[in-house]
Design a protein around this ligand. Structure first.
Ligand SMILES: Nc1nc2c(c(=O)[nH]1)N[C@H]1C(S)=C(S)[C@@H](COP(=O)(O)OP(=O)(O)OC[C@H]3O[C@@H](n4cnc5c(=O)[nH]c(N)nc54)[C@H](O)[C@@H]3O)O[C@H]1N2
Ligand SMILES: Nc1nc2c(c(=O)[nH]1)N[C@H]1C(S)=C(S)[C@@H](COP(=O)(O)OP(=O)(O)OC[C@H]3O[C@@H](n4cnc5c(=O)[nH]c(N)nc54)[C@H](O)[C@@H]3O)O[C@H]1N2
Ligand code: SF4
Ligand SMILES: [Mo]
Length: 659
């Protein structure tokens, strides 16, 4: 029987959803010039993985006696028996299994099966997708028929226009951005739609800068203009056409202009470019999924993509968040169609329906048992105090590679490898299924989640029948929607495969549009930013000295003109929302519009999420993290934005003092 290639093979980067290949040793990281994803140019985070991966790892299972007790080292069999006893003594509906985007497809499928078929709980969720792109995936499935991008990174090179909505690939996905820059050099145009004058906005041909939640007004107006310029005959036969047409008819130029904080000429240029484009691409990001508009902007964007027959190249956040979702990590397997559910039931027995999302479980439910893979919800979810209460009340199992503030509340910690120490497959944002081979040995006695799932199932009286990662890959091919075409032998031989891509059975959708938000008088709207040096909360990247040095200390960021007019450069300020405060020196940042503030997600001591109230997106229960109204204080004195909320400063490309 074939196995995945052994030690010394190229690694998959543990960070973002491009899943670049790297040449990794314990002392060095080098690009893989043969990698079709990075094209030999991974980003700075990927290139420093070796510095992070060896430091401070969890090596052996630990069990804590009482929530406040010290975690003590135990053997695997004691740790697993402790978990099995707790599960066996609990109501299955009180158990929640949360799977982050840092595990392989094989780990995810085995955990989905453990939850649904062995424990019998519908409460299983792709926790990273839930806080990231689950609304995008839902909307893509509804409109284009597949829960994934329809295009590949290399498709960007053939586009004549790329519309980037609420995403900042210049910082977040540098190898994607390199392709965008190449396409531009060949004559393609780039339209940016978003609130921040980000690195990507500043490097685009047209930056349509909108108030948060104003994207739907802009996108539906653009769609209306496209149709008025001469709609192809086929559009009126697309299912959903009548409702869609009456929805967008309500969006005129005035409504679109009211949503802008940037120059109105940008809107006219964007309309012309979209009308003229014949090979258009679209991509979206957290600027849509985390913004107050919720799902409406996603629906408008992907409806427009359908009308223009545009290629979707939206990348996914964490390394395997696409794959984990594909494996059925959603409550009650609700993200699979009936045909695939029946196939799973024929192998695994009846599977429960319903169930809670990860965010609802931690912020509104009271689970008795929480089983989770590597993540740090105390940093990454809103209202950390509420999350702490849920973690304190439950029996918590963390399968983790480092201990962090969340695992301090775990009753059992199980050491797991990081991506370069795993084997199996991941699916990147292109839906490219990539073999994962062990470039480095798993540290200590760490085990992958599929092995943990098999062992726990056995203790609970079920045999999964998997004795290698490849066995699970075979089950993936047999069961998972869109994976029937993968060649398992080719994967084992180190060759990428593709899961199915759409579109299939497209239909136009409509959504409720809450409209743009404005700050209450005297308040600011604060937004989180991703650091070019750090990945998410930065647990891993803060361990890399060069990245830590380059990123500097925490700061509350402000538009340079606001900073100048308030005369507070370098002062220490405090921003307080309805749920909490953060305090840091104020710093100028040209990405931030006037009247807004910015704060890095990777700041550790005072977390952005301390400010964020739990307000879920109606279509996905994703937290709406961005644009929290805050009062800004210098000492005890509140500082109002120099401009009122109705006179938000208009950015003009090239006229900005720093832009
Ligand atoms: N360096 C780095 N790279 C990363 C990560 C990281 O932490 N650091 N994280 C990875 C993960 S998990 C993810 S999910 C991706 C996320 O990557 P993206 O999807 O690109 O998301 P963000 O960078 O959070 O925000 C995107 C941009 O949206 C715009 N924006 C902000 N608010 C709004 C709004 O209200 N409306 C609109 N239309 N636009 C808005 C801003 O320009 C912002 O820069 O990045 C991945 N890559
Ligand atoms: N305010 C606000 N909150 C957000 C977001 C936001 O934009 N704004 N983004 C949301 C999004 S898109 C996401 S995906 C979530 C992420 O939420 P999380 O998954 O909770 O965030 P991380 O910081 O990646 O989690 C860190 C944990 O993973 C461990 N880890 C172990 N192995 C690896 C590895 O191989 N790679 C990485 N990267 N970590 C590893 C780290 O040590 C640490 O314990 O956060 C969400 N939270
Ligand atoms: S973080 Fe993303 S872009 Fe950077 S090397 Fe890793 S996979 Fe590639
Ligand atoms: Mo993400």
């Amino acid at each position: 029987m074939r196995e995945y290639p052994g030690l010394g093979a190229t690694a998959i980067c543990p960070y973002c959803g491009l899943a670049c290949r790297l040449r990794l040793t314990p002392d060095s990281t080098a690009p893989d010039p043969t990698d079709p994803v990075s094209r030999g140019s991974p980003c700075v985070r990927g290139m420093t993985v070796h510095e992070a991966i060896g430091r401070g790892r969890l090596l052996e299972p630990m069990v804590r006696r009482g929530k406040r007790g010290r975690a003590e080292r135990v053997g695997w069999s004691d740790a697993l028996s402790r978990i099995a006893r707790e599960i066996a003594g609990s109501d299955p509906l009180g158990v929640h299994v949360a799977i982050s985007g840092k595990v392989t497809n094989e780990d995810a499928l085995a955990l989905v099966r453990l939850a649904l078929s062995v424990i019998g709980t519908p409460n299983v969720d792709g926790a990273s997708a839930r806080v990231c792109h689950s609304s995008t995936v839902g909307v893509l499935k509804e409109i284009l028929g597949v829960p994934a991008s329809t295009g590949t990174l290399d498709d960007i090179l053939g586009m004549d226009l790329l519309l980037l909505a609420g995403t900042n690939p210049a910082v977040d996905y540098p190898p994607m951005y390199a392709r965008i820059a190449r396409a531009r050099a060949r004559g393609a145009s780039v339209i940016y739609l978003g609130t921040l004058n980000s690195e990507t906005a500043r490097a685009s041909d047209v930056a349509v800068l909108v108030r948060p939640g104003g994207e739907t007004a802009v996108l539906n107006y653009v769609a209306r203009e496209v149709l008025e310029s001469g709609a192809p005959a086929w559009v009126s036969s697309v299912p959903g056409w009548d409702d869609y047409y009456s929805w967008i008819s309500a969006y005129d130029r005035r409504r679109a202009e009211e949503a802008l904080i940037g120059p109105t000429e940008a809107l006219s240029r964007a309309v012309d470019l979209v009308i003229d484009s014949v090979r258009m691409g679209v991509a979206s990001g957290m600027g849509l999924t985390h913004a107050p508009g919720g799902c409406a902007a996603l629906v408008s964007l992907y409806d427009l993509a359908l009308l223009k027959r545009a290629t979707v190249v939206t990348m996914r956040g964490l390394v395997n968040v696409q794959g984990v979702g594909d494996m059925g990590a959603c409550p009650g397997l609700g993200c699979w169609d009936e045909e695939h559910r029946r196939a799973a039931e024929s192998r695994w027995g009846p599977l429960p329906r319903g169930g809670l999302t990860f965010t609802d479980a931690l912020l509104e439910g009271r689970p008795d048992v929480i089983i989770m893979t590597d993540m740090n919800p105390l940093h990454s979810l809103p209202e950390p105090r509420a999350v702490r209460r849920a973690l304190e009340d439950a029996f918590v199992v963390c399968m983790c590679s480092y201990s962090n503030e969340t695992s301090e509340l775990a009753d059992v910690l199980l050491p797991v490898p990081m991506m370069p120490e795993r084997e199996g497959t991941v699916t990147n944002g292109e839906r490219r299924v990539r073999p994962v081979a062990r470039a480095l040995p798993p540290p200590g006695s760490s085990r992958q989640e599929w092995e943990i799932a098999v062992a726990l199932a056995r203790l609970l009286g079920s045999e999964m029948g998997y004795s290698s990662a490849l066995d699970v890959t075979r089950e993936i091919k047999a069961l998972v929607p869109g994976y029937q075409g993968i060649d398992v032998e080719a994967l084992a031989a180190g060759r990428d495969q593709w899961a199915d891509k759409g579109p299939v059975r497209p239909r136009l959708a409509v959504a409720e549009d809450p409209g743009p938000v404005r700050a209450p008088p005297g308040s600011w709207l604060i937004v989180d930013l991703r650091s070019p040096h750090h990945f998410l909360g930065g647990e891993v990247t803060w361990r890399v000295r060069s990245l830590a040095r380059a990123s500097g200390g925490p700061a509350i960021m402000m538009n340079p003109r606001d900073l100048e007019e308030l005369g507070i450069a370098g002062a220490r300020v405090r921003a307080c929302s309805e749920v909490g405060c953060v305090e840091a020196p104020v710093r100028a940042n040209p990405s931030i519009p006037r009247g807004f503030l910015g704060y890095y997600l990777s700041n550790r001591r005072a977390r952005y999420n301390d400010l964020v109230p739990w307000r879920p997106s109606p279509c996905s229960r994703t937290p709406l993290y961005k644009y929290v109204p805050v009062t800004l204080y210098l000492g005890e004195e509140p500082l109002s934005p120099p401009l009122g909320p109705e006179e938000v400063e208009v950015f003009r490309k090239g006229t900005h003092p720093l832009g």
